[in-house]
Design a protein around this ligand. Structure first.
Ligand code: ZN
Length: 687
């Protein structure tokens, strides 16, 4: 599921170009404006309240904009940047909470109101980036005595104004405004089509579920009583789909399931996807770029689409031969039951990968699950990260949240609250289907604390031990997403909201999250919380050793597959949009980059949500993984809980957020430039 995790850097947040950075816990005079006090920021609203919330914050933002533009005399940090910061804080409220609630609120009317909020805030922000008076206000501010972070923030803003076309003719600006609006509208449709399209297969009897864990079968049998004809239904939601693909013995049923999964949002999203690509190309060309990929990569660490393509090809070169060897091993396993088998297909991979791991490394993944009961994992994640980063979590009960499953937690450092997060972790109808971190509001030093949300789809406990056994892959996902969340909270103490939180370069965003995954893989950490749900025995060193050995089998396949996904994301946004056939292009790139063949009559691109919010830059996962491996190397050397290394990492990589270039942060932490050597060493632990 790693490939489907994401930090939700939605279209709106991308448009706001908000980012994140360093902590100043010593500035304790919180909240000059009482509306930013945590207690005054509502956690649930009905549709009418959500619309009012949007109205109010946009009105405040508008007033602040007008007041700032009306300032007479020389422009200073105090008379210009401070009030503009307040304006961005209002816009962030609407953008972040609209993004979250349009995808995670249980009430359809609220989801609609939140979608409307997304549209309106993005329209407002689009107009800002195209406002020459506002641009002039930023460039006129006297920065002679400003600190480095302030200068960097203004530099970034000025760059972003130019990239939006603020210095173009009025007619061009008008055109860009319309394109931006179209992109947001189409993106919302694209996302909604994915979120609301849950498909399923039906099977006749529990014997069709042979191979699946008994608790899985029991739960589906119980649920089937409500289905028409009492049939057993397996849906495309993760808690159904992922174990099915991994354990179900039946090849035809796995194939049928994969066909459903890879046709979600088809044909509904064919046209919206095409239009997203057309509109983005139009914007890029209007601004003088060759294509959207060039436009979007320009401000990333990688700097150009050409560099991104070269990087994708380089990683394909590093991974492909080993991935093909892994696939050959899977075919050997398939031949044991199907001697005539000639190849491994997409619907075989998870199943035979699991078989091979069990056989070669003697890891029984169903046995492993028994050590990962949700409540144990949850407690473990909190204690491991708390110990690592010197923080504590305190649950806050009795808050009026948007669903009864959601919990709230204060993050404490040195006895002081430094932020809050919410965990919305279990599936429900019409909820976002993947695992992601959402912003609730960005922190600003001295003004308001950062708040963030994890939205995931893990098995839900019913109070009995063993009722929510997690796949170890889910545990890794949990750590991954929590890595984003901590980055957000710890970086959410900058003076300027535009460089606070995760406001770093987009292709650095997945590095802290992927690095934290390592803590879900070591005996040193797992032994602290992974206990057998019946015997309460801690997981043994031997079992973790086997899991770790098995981990690297399939890892080259995984990263080769990631370069395939990256090639689609880049390929779509470097193509001639007018003539692009997304299915045809996907098939071509599958033949070139994917270690397994295209599955006939499927349209995976329709549910590849990243094509909206990541657009051309899916390569980010691979790029960030390379950095994550490099950043992890000092921990490998000095220990998983080495205080000095963890402190250096927290202060040097996480807390600065977007106040400095990511490449500089990485270089300062490592004492040298980032290379792919650690990543290559990592992969060589496989076959
Ligand atoms: Zn992520």
């Amino acid at each position: 599921m790693k490939l489907l995790t994401a930090r939700r850097l939605g279209a709106i947040a991308a448009l706001l170009m908000l980012g994140g950075c360093a902590a100043d816990e010593r500035s304790t005079t919180m909240t000059t404006n009482p509306q930013w006090a945590m207690e005054n920021i509502p956690l649930n609203r009905n549709a009418a309240q959500f619309s009012n919330f949007t109205d109010e914050h946009l009105a405040w933002a508008d007033t602040l904009l007008k007041q700032t533009l009306a300032v007479a005399g020389p422009r200073t940090i105090d008379n210009t940047l401070v009030s503009l910061n307040e304006m961005w804080m209002h816009l962030d409220m609407v953008a972040s909470q609209s993004e979250l609630f349009s995808q995670a609120h249980p009430d359809e009317a609220v989801r609609g109101a939140a979608e409307d909020g997304s549209k309106r805030v993005s329209e407002f922000v689009t107009a800002l980036w195209l406002n020459p008076d506002l641009y002039k206000a930023y460039t006129d501010v006297d920065l002679k005595r400003a600190d480095a972070a302030t200068k960097f923030m203004v530099e970034k803003a000025v760059r972003d104004f130019r990239r939006e076309g603020v210095d173009r003719e009025p007619a061009v600006r008008e055109k860009i405004k319309q394109i931006n609006k179209d992109i947001v509208d189409i993106g919302l449709t694209f996302k909604r089509n994915i979120a609301e399209d849950t498909r399923f297969i039906e099977v006749e009897s529990p014997s069709d579920l042979a191979g699946l864990p008994q608790d899985y079968v029991d739960a589906r049998v119980k649920a089937s009583e409500k289905n028409p004809g009492g049939k057993l239904r397996i849906t495309t939601d993760y808690p159904d789909y992922v174990p099915f693909m991994k354990y179900a013995h039946s090849d035809p049923l796995r194939k049928a399931m994969a066909a459903q999964f890879n046709n979600r949002a088809y044909p509904a999203n064919i046209e919206p996807l095409k239009q997203l690509i057309v509109k983005r190309e139009e914007k890029a060309k209007t601004l003088g770029y060759q294509n959207w990929a060039d436009y979007v990569t320009e401000v990333n660490m990688i700097e150009s689409a050409g560099n991104a393509q070269a990087f994708v090809d380089k990683v394909q070169g590093i991974t492909r031969a080993a991935a093909d060897r892994e696939i050959a091993v899977l075919l050997d396993y398939k031949k044991k039951t199907d001697p005539g088998a000639a190849r491994i297909d997409a619907w075989d991979v998870s199943y035979y990968m699991n078989k091979a791991k069990e056989d070669r490394y003697q890891v029984d993944t169903q046995e492993v699950r028994k050590y990962f009961d949700f409540p144990d994992v949850m407690g473990g994640l909190l204690s491991v990260t708390g110990k690592l980063f010197g923080i504590e979590y305190v649950q806050v009960k009795g808050l009026p949240l948007w669903h009864e499953d959601v919990t709230a937690w204060d993050v404490m450092k040195d006895g002081k609250r430094v932020g809050r997060f919410y965990l919305d972790l279990f599936p429900r109808p019409d909820k976002y289907k993947h695992a992601a971190q959402f912003d609730y509001c960005q922190g600003v030093a001295g003004e308001r604390l950062p708040q963030a949300v994890l939205v995931c789809n893990f098995p839900k406990p019913d109070g009995k031990p063993g009722s929510a056994l997690m796949e170890h892959g889910d545990v890794v996902t949990f750590f991954h997403e929590f890595g984003h969340l901590l980055h957000n909270i710890l970086a959410g103490h900058q003076r300027w909201v535009r460089i606070s939180g995760i406001s770093t370069e987009w292709d650095f965003v997945e590095a802290p999250s992927q690095m934290l995954e390592e803590w879900a893989w070591r005996y040193e950490t797992l032994s602290l919380f992974a206990r057998h749900f019946e015997t309460r025995e801690p997981i043994s060193k031997e079992l973790v050793g086997k899991m770790l050995a098995a981990r690297f089998f399939g890892e080259s396949f995984h990263w080769a597959r990631q370069t395939w996904l990256a090639s689609i994301s880049l390929g779509y946004y470097t193509s001639n949009a007018a003539t692009l056939d997304t299915t045809q292009k996907m098939i071509e790139l599958t033949q070139r980059y994917s270690p397994v063949p295209y599955m006939d009559d499927t349209h995976f691109q329709c549910s590849f949500g990243h094509l909206d919010h990541y657009s051309a830059v899916y390569y980010t996962y691979v790029w960030s993984k390379g950095i994550a491996c490099d950043l992890f190397s000092p921990f490998e050397k000095h220990g998983m809980f080495d205080r000095a290394t963890a402190k250096r990492y927290r202060e040097g990589i996480l807390e600065p957020g977007g106040s400095r270039k990511a490449a500089e942060l990485v270089r300062d932490f490592l004492g040298r430039e980032y290379t792919l050597e650690a990543f290559e060493r990592y992969l060589k632990q496989g076959v």
